[in-house]
Design a protein around this ligand. Structure first.
Ligand code: SF4
Length: 256
């Protein structure tokens, strides 16, 4: 049965955050340097409110959020990211592995700590918390060094439901997030997992985005399926059919 994406985000939040004297802590399971965006320091957080059937995150992490990784305060995460950036010379930071906007006070405090570091921060999100919490986008607008990439799961409600198992109407939340970010002058662009989409549905998405803002349609980034071994197992399990894909060692440089 389809799940409600908002309820699931809120339920996951309880499992992967906790209050402490050091503020709101969040579970993380890895800190690493990654090749995307030309090189980026990455902290992998635990927990997402969607269950995308093409997600590269392992089942061990996705289905056991309360047993994976350890709790870190915003200060712990900021120190680690800054230290890794300093050592590697990389100038970009991000959170990945889960949905970074879960645990708003954790993220906002982390951004506060990173502000002024002269590094940029890419906030990759499915957008759902930014849609159901109307204060989120105005609060993000205080941090001018961030850029938000809202990753749309398919081009339509039906594709969203097929790709995530969530209720089809939850797709609208992803577009609402983009509306809120634009209204609040937060630097952002949409990306879309388009490997499962027809040309027609991609065209319809561009039109929908142009209604929100022409700049969103112009800057739409196309994401394509990467066939990591666990992703292949997942899409086989769900019998998903796709039109385009890459193997991990054969990704075109312009996609990295
Ligand atoms: S929104 Fe991202 S992290 Fe969450 S399940 Fe989907 S692909 Fe994975």
């Amino acid at each position: 049965m389809a799940y409600d994406a908002v309820k699931r985000h809120l339920a996951i939040e309880k499992l992967v955050t906790r209050s402490s004297v050091k503020g709101l802590e969040r579970r993380y399971y890895r800190f690493r340097l990654d090749r995307w965006y030309g090189g980026i320091v990455t902290a992998d957080c635990v927990g997402c409110g969607l269950l995308c059937r093409f997600c590269w995150v392992s089942d061990r992490v996705a289905y056991n959020p309360s047993h994976v990784g350890s709790f870190y305060s915003p200060e712990d995460v900021a120190l680690k990211l800054l230290h890794m950036a300093d050592k590697s010379g990389l100038r970009q930071l991000r959170l990945s592995g889960g949905e970074p906007t879960i645990g708003k006070n954790h993220l906002l405090r982390l951004l506060e700590l990173l502000d002024g570091s002269n590094l940029s921060f890419i906030l990759e999100t499915n957008g759902i918390p930014i849609a159901y919490d109307s204060d989120y986008a105005p609060q993000l607008s205080s941090y001018r060094f961030i850029h938000v990439r809202v990753s749309l799961k398919g081009c339509s409600e039906n594709e969203f439901a097929m790709l995530t198992g969530a209720k089809p109407e939850n797709y609208r939340l992803q577009l609402t997030a983009l509306e809120r970010l634009i209204e609040n002058d937060v630097s952002c662009h949409p990306s879309v997992m388009a490997s499962f989409s027809t040309k027609e549905s991609l065209k319809a998405l561009r039109e929908k985005l142009a209604e929100i803002s022409p700049i969103l349609a112009e800057n739409l980034e196309i994401e394509e399926l990467i066939l990591y071994p666990n992703v292949r197992r997942k899409i086989a399990r769900y019998g998903l059919r796709y039109y385009t894909s890459y193997y991990p060692d054969n990704i075109p440089p312009e996609q990295i």
